[in-house]
Design a protein around this ligand. Structure first.
Ligand code: F6P
Ligand code: MG
Length: 441
């Protein structure tokens, strides 16, 4: 039963949780210090003076992790959420950075960093990860220009909603879904670029096949069947719970545009985070930043397709066909098993949605409670209460942690283990899942 599944801890030997806590967290905090150092260097005297004290608070977090100190209760900082963290910390009991529930400790880390900025006078709203997000996006130039060209070609060649055979529409759905999926890959410059290049040719089924073999749980057919159901509702509102800024956000906007253009969706709502989260997640300013970059000939010199695509995307926002929202629930430490109780209004909204798309690894961890499920567990079971709800869930996730479900058989698990040593397929970002729950309980 759901309640009994054990979630991964940062003390689990050889786990991705342990690797992340030991190796990545101190570096992430160090990176935030370096980033603000750089900004402070060109700031006024008062800002620099305040930063000097904040710097100590951030370094303290880094040292606590390195010394494996206990997690202390968060101090109130005037923004929501502190109570949720402290309540859960209390419930976990004794724990330290390297011996704690991974999901909780990692969410705690980002909320703790945020308290330093929330309690400042001069650094309110500062995004410590912005510099990194923007510079990474600019590096994905080739893939951005290619994807712009591909999408404008799709738009030019077909009346997306009605023309083309059922098979052509199905293939386009697969292609667009896989672009949004691989947009979540860690190694964007490699994985995304390769799949983008190959996918330019819709006939190039080889390419799709090639990346498809790394999709270890692939429910695309079931999603397509659901979307083809007749009669389809008049109001087909689709929610997309976003993950990362930059290239992934760009692929998500293309996916949103595609779903609207081909009339699968009548409106799209994108859910983003309220403050900097897991380094690269989308916060409100990232959306403006994306458009500014896309419009810049300095960042993206090949304007042939972008100059047509960007106004097209902007129009969706202006008409309200695409809207953006954020709920404090997304930056709590709770898994989505707790959504019905912790965020009932959000849960109701998502239950009435035509489709809810969850992007990325962290959302998948939260959907599955970061549980160490046998890999052959059904997605529905791992969803816990959401698997018993009416919510129609599509998770698009490249595998970057310890959790994975929905693999069809133990034989397949054995084959994956043989192909990618010591369970690397669950964590190296080169494998993925397209997991669907149809909301039939
Ligand atoms: O590298 C591990 C990690 O930081 C995980 O903690 C987290 O699940 C993931 O990366 C973030 O990935 P994504 O942006 O796909 O949610
Ligand atoms: Mg993320």
């Amino acid at each position: 039963p759901t309640e009994e599944i054990r979630a991964v801890w940062t003390s689990d030997q050889g786990s991705m949780a342990q690797q992340t806590a030991v190796n990545r967290w101190p570096k992430i905090v160090e990176g935030t210090v370096d980033d603000v150092d750089e900004t402070a260097a060109s700031s006024d005297k008062d800002k620099r003076a305040e930063w000097a004290t904040m710097r100590i608070a951030l370094q303290e977090i880094m040292h606590e992790i390195e010394r494996n100190e206990p997690l202390k209760p968060l101090r109130e900082d005037g923004a929501p959420g502190i109570g949720d963290f402290n309540k859960q910390l209390n419930a976990i009991g004794n724990c330290s950075w390297l011996d704690c529930l991974w999901l909780f400790a990692e969410c705690y880390l980002y909320r703790r960093i945020q308290t330093v900025f929330n309690t400042s006078k001069k650094w309110q709203g500062y995004d410590v990860f912005k510099r990194q997000k923007d510079s990474t996006f600019v590096k994905s130039r080739v893939a951005v220009e290619e994807l712009a060209s591909r999408y404008m070609q799709v738009v030019a060649e077909s009346d997306l909603a009605s023309h083309g055979s059922e098979e052509a529409r199905r293939l386009l759905f697969i292609e667009m879904t896989e672009i949004a999926l691989w947009g979540n890959a860690t190694d964007l410059s490699l994985l995304s670029h390769l799949s983008m290049e190959d996918m330019q040719d819709l006939q190039g089924q080889d390419a799709i096949q090639k990346s498809q073999k790394n999709i270890v749980d692939n429910d695309t057919d079931a999603v397509w069947t659901y979307l083809q159901c007749t009669p389809s509702p008049v109001d087909r509102h689709v929610d997309m719970v976003l993950d990362n800024a930059g290239f992934e956000l760009f692929t998500d906007l293309i996916y949103a545009a595609y779903l609207l253009d081909c009339q699968i969706a009548t409106s799209m709502q994108l859910h983003i985070k309220q403050f900097p989260w897991f380094v690269s997640d989308v916060v409100p300013t990232d959306v403006d930043s994306l458009f500014e970059h896309l419009e810049s000939a300095k960042c993206f010199p090949d304007r042939e397709y972008l100059d047509r695509l960007v106004p097209r995307l902007r129009k969706f926002f202006e008409s309200g066909a695409i809207s953006i929202t954020s709920d404090p629930f997304w930056t709590t430490p709770y898994s989505f098993h707790e959504m019905p109780i912790r965020a009932p209004a959000l849960f109701d909204h998502l239950q009435s949605s035509y489709l809810v798309i969850f992007k990325g690894d962290l959302n998948y961890r939260k959907l599955t409670k970061d549980g160490l499920w046998p890999y052959t567990t059904s997605f529905r079971e791992a969803l816990g209460p959401l698997g018993k709800s009416r919510m129609k869930i599509l998770a698009l996730r490249t595998n970057k942690s310890d959790t994975c479900v929905g693999v069809e058989s133990q034989g397949k698990v054995d084959a994956l283990n043989a192909e990618a040593l010591s369970g690397a397929w669950v964590r190296n970002g080169r494998y993925a899942v397209i997991a669907f729950h149809d909301g039939h309980c």
